[in-house]
Design a protein around this ligand. Structure first.
Ligand SMILES: Cc1cc2nc3c(=O)[nH]c(=O)nc-3n(C[C@H](O)[C@H](O)[C@H](O)COP(=O)(O)OP(=O)(O)OC[C@H]3O[C@@H](n4cnc5c(N)ncnc54)[C@H](O)[C@@H]3O)c2cc1C
Length: 385
């Protein structure tokens, strides 16, 4: 099935598909082996407009169409899930969060360079002692009469931190769950320090790391939204992240099915092609069913979000879509390895990498366990029935 898009949007999707196949795939293995972010590919993605997804044209972006961003991320996920993850952290977790929550002045100051890919963005929420319990974060932003705020604390697991120029940071401005505020922090502000890229299981060419703020002065004008109203923004940001970023792993599923199907059409055993064994046909059919169900559910939730952005009653559905994609992606990438047998276990086949990459779908943007809590909450509040 295909998402219905306008001819202009179709052209963007075609260029994403070409970019994924011709630009990302050939380099992917080398980038994964070296844990290296492809800065040249990022610059080329900017030329194609992908760094300006979900950013209005007035700020240099290509608009805030959720379905288009979803399909572009899916296409890029068929070329390099890790690259798509870094791009998503840039345009969505930094760019779109600022679009939704920032003042005109902040948008004018930061969004054009983000949309053009001249500055890389990141979202800094998670801390060493606060992952799932995000509202408990301890990084503090204390009011200071000369500079605005003094920011102190450490964030961890931040996608793009080692290469980012701009951070969308959540910090505590008052005690309690509702004492959170958001800030835009530039890498060049005094007291900002980032760590080396973390060695990860998958998505290795998407750099992840720590960012620490050591009495970092942040101008009052860099407060995003109103003081102590950050929790609602944080939750809205996580909702759209749960809808959009899983589409990367829909792309990973599609590529895994392609690889497995191709292999089954020329590998012979017992004098027959693998694709002639009914058990292999059943595996490919089951993989296709799970892929299709996951992507169509994601589209449906995205379409609802497009109509009612930020609607509180979509929270459970966003979490449910993410659970469905995470489980499907783990299954499909596992079965792809299985169909390739020993060759699937080798690095050259790419399916082992897709399996490692897909594992993040159940951990990032809140773990599957937290998704289940949100789904239950939605159920008990009547959002599903
Ligand atoms: C590659 C990668 C990229 C990331 N990118 C970013 C980023 O860009 N920005 C950012 O801010 N963060 C980012 N994260 C952080 C990510 O969102 C957190 O890792 C995630 O929310 C889980 O937090 P934690 O790792 O501290 O696990 P914990 O919260 O310590 O959880 C450990 C386990 O306990 C379970 N658990 C926790 N609480 C409950 C509960 N109430 N009920 C049942 N089970 C529970 C969890 O589900 C999990 O199984 C990234 C993480 C990774 C791995």
């Amino acid at each position: 099935m295909k998402v219905r898009l306008s001819p202009d949007e179709e052209a963007v999707v075609r260029s994403a598909r070409r970019f994924a196949r011709e630009r990302l795939r050939p380099n992917l293995r080398a980038m994964d082996e070296a844990d290296r972010f492809d800065t040249e590919a990022f610059a080329e993605a900017a030329e194609l407009g992908f760094t300006g997804l979900m950013i209005p044209e007035t700020y240099g972006g290509i608009g805030t169409n959720v379905r288009l961003a979803l399909v572009v991320l899916e296409e890029l996920g068929t070329g390099s899930p890790a690259f798509a993850l870094s791009l998503g952290a840039h345009f969505l977790l930094f760019g779109h969060n600022l679009v939704c929550e920032g003042s005109d002045e902040l948008k004018r100051r930061y969004l054009p360079s983000v949309a053009a890919g001249r500055r890389i963005g990141a979202l800094a929420l998670t801390e060493p002692a606060h992952g799932s319990d995000a509202a408990g974060i301890e990084t503090t932003a204390r009011r200071s009469s000369d500079v605005g705020y003094m920011l102190t604390g450490t964030k961890t697991f931040i996608t793009n931190a080692p290469v980012a120029d701009l951070f969308f940071v959540y910090a505590r401005t008052a005690p309690g769950r509702h004492g959170l505020s958001a800030f835009v922090v530039e890498r060049g502000f005094p007291g900002v320090r980032t760590g080396a890229p973390m060695k990860k299981m998958g998505n290795r060419s998407s750099p992840t790391g720590e960012v620490a703020f050591d009495s970092c002065p942040v101008p009052a004008g860099n407060l995003v939204g109103r003081e102590n109203e950050g929790l609602a923004a944080l939750m809205r940001g996580l909702d759209i992240e749960r809808i959009l970023l899983p589409s990367i792993y829909v792309g990973a599923m599609r590529w895994s099915i392609e690889i497995a199907h191709l292999y089954a059409t020329h590998r012979e055993q017992f004098g027959q092609l693998l694709k002639e064994f009914q058990i292999i046909q059943a595996k490919l059919a089951e993989m296709t069913v799970r892929y299709e169900v996951a992507r169509v559910y994601l589209w449906a939730v995205a379409a609802e979000w497009q109509v009612a952005p930020g609607a509180r009653e979509l929270r459970g559905s966003a979490a449910a879509a993410k659970v469905v994609v995470g489980r499907a992606a783990e299954y499909v990438t596992r079965e792809a390895i299985q169909i390739l047998g020993g060759s699937g276990y080798l690095r050259d086949a790419n399916v082992e990498m897709l399996y490692r990459d897909a594992r993040l779908a159940s951990i990032g943007a809140g773990t599957e366990e937290i998704d289940l809590l949100l789904i239950y909450r939605g159920l008990s509040e009547g959002d599903f029935l």
